[in-house]
Design a protein around this ligand. Structure first.
Ligand code: COA
Length: 455
């Protein structure tokens, strides 16, 4: 059958498509800026008809009633491996729960738990070309695997979705139904860097050599450092998330991908989240390669890049070097995402480095983010045995292969000056390091660059 006829036969209205949902089904949805906004916005309309429907999402960006409305209890339950603002809000009401995992395993881990089966997959695609092929557009992290496992595949066709290249093509014959929508994809504005971001960005830029391949994570700091990389030459990109800052670096001739050892000449990633500038840039751009998250984030794949540098951010680090990036104490905040994948992968690379950058304080300077021990209940995102390089506005601490005593010194030197004495005293009081005066001064200043030497 010709693709146009096939498309017309599969076309449903959004209300008719959500009316296919049945009680006790499991639905998987495309993530982040690829979220099927029309379908997810209409899901709550089925609440009176269905019970116990589980919707598996990741980083929902818009305010969906099926997540937010208290009366959805008993009708829709949300499972999410990376919380956004709505999930944090609803979590105390018990209608959303976190799925711990690593990005490269996210789809398979979820499918393992459902015996490799989903009832429905909701995704987004571009309109089809004349051969009936569509592009999965803004995310390929989990979408292809979830699609393959679903009985019913319903895709939201939207002209505003960029046609991305790589492993993104889906044929209309692979789809159960299509619906149409014209809602623009969510835009994440680039936050302006403040003085602290600028200091951190400067230190990180010193750690990224010409010819390196970079991954930049989610959050204010990774975004802010792009401005500091403008003096570098021939950088490459192997990331999970394409960002607007990467477009600035590409247009400035800093990112050329010329010296990459894996996918030379191409920026490689699994999803895009940024402004319209980014979405225009990735549209039919042969320099941009989308691959599934199980490929981009496999640490052994990442490690094949020469001089791979990952830059992620965190909420807390303790003197052992345990990194918490996903919870504030026991209160779940976001998710592991690909932080551990990329941090490990960078260290497997020849000349590579895993960087965790964070401000030395939070809550307007009231608390130190470098702590003697993580707040009870905090989730560990990067274990101490995997940690590599920590950066704050006070400098760089290299922890890899160092003892806890040396880690304490290095981290104290990059902690905010108001908390340095407290860190040492607490580490001694808790017995993490012995309280011996000569030990305090042994080896001071080693492996700290830029930072003020530990008193
Ligand atoms: N104790 C208590 N609260 C803290 C804190 C601490 N140590 N550190 C930060 N906070 C608070 C901030 O004050 C802020 O609160 P607010 O929302 O009320 O303003 C909130 O936590 C978020 O901090 P912020 O620095 O604005 O976060 P961010 O947007 O830069 O994101 C992470 C930082 C760590 C949450 C984010 O990068 C993340 O989720 N990472 C994990 C996943 C990852 O890195 N994946 C790989 C790349 S995609």
């Amino acid at each position: 059958m010709d693709p146009k006829t096939l498309y017309r036969r599969k076309l449903l209205s959004i209300p008719d498509a959500v009316a296919l949902v049945q009680s006790r089904q499991i639905i998987g949805a495309a993530m982040a800026a690829a979220e099927p906004t029309g379908l997810l916005s209409a899901l709550d309309s089925q609440a009176e008809r269905v019970e116990d429907v589980t919707v598996c999402v990741c980083l929902p960006l818009r305010q969906y009633d099926f997540i937010l409305k208290p009366e959805m209890a008993g009708h829709f339950y949300v499972e999410n491996w990376f919380y956004g603002a709505p999930d944090r809000q609803v979590h105390p009401q018990g209608r959303v729960s976190y799925i711990p995992n690593n990005l490269h395993q996210a789809a398979s881990a979820k499918l393992h738990a459902t015996r490799n089966h989903l009832d429905i997959f909701f995704g987004t695609v571009t309109p089809p070309d004349r051969h009936g092929y569509m592009s999965l557009g803004l995310s390929l992290v989990i979408e292809r695997q979830l699609m393959a496992a679903a009985d019913l595949v319903i895709l939201e066709v939207n002209e505003r979705i960029p046609w991305t290249l790589g492993d993104t093509q889906v044929h209309i014959s692979e789809v159960s139904h299509v619906v149409e929508s014209a809602i623009p994809p969510y835009e994440l504005p680039s936050a302006a860097a403040d003085e602290t971001d600028r200091l951190i960005g400067g230190y990180i830029a010193e750690l990224i050599e010409d010819g390196a391949t970079i991954q930049l994570g989610i959050g204010g700091i990774p975004n802010a450092i792009t401005a500091f990389l403008m003096e570098r030459h021939d950088l490459g990109v192997h990331t999970e998330m394409f960002t607007t800052g990467m477009v600035d670096l590409y247009e400035a001739g800093v990112i050329t991908n010329r010296r990459k050892t894996l996918w030379p000449g191409k920026m490689v990633g699994a999803f895009a989240l940024g402004t319209q500038k980014l979405y225009d840039f990735i549209d039919r751009n042969l320099a941009v390669e989308f691959q599934q998250g199980r490929v981009t984030n496999d640490p052994y794949v990442i490690g094949k890049n020469y001089k791979m540098v990952s830059v992620n951010t965190a909420l807390q680090v303790d003197v052992y070097g345990q990194i918490c990036s996903q919870s504030i104490g026991p209160r779940h905040f976001s998710g592991t995402g690909g932080q551990l994948d990329t941090h490990r992968g960078a260290q497997l690379s020849a000349g590579g480095r895993g960087i965790i950058a964070l401000r030395s304080t939070a809550k307007n300077g009231a608390i130190s983010t470098i702590v003697p021990m993580l707040t009870p209940g905090a989730e560990v995102t990067v274990p101490s045995q995997d940690v590599d390089t920590i950066v704050t506005e006070y400098g760089v601490a290299e922890l890899r292969g160092r003892s806890v005593r040396e880690r304490l010194k290095a981290l104290t030197a990059i902690a905010h000056p108001d908390f340095r004495g407290w860190l040492q005293e607490e580490a001694e009081r808790l017995g993490i390091v012995p309280s011996l005066p000569w030990l305090r001064h042994a080896g001071q200043g080693v492996m700290v660059q830029g930072g003020i030497v530990c008193p």
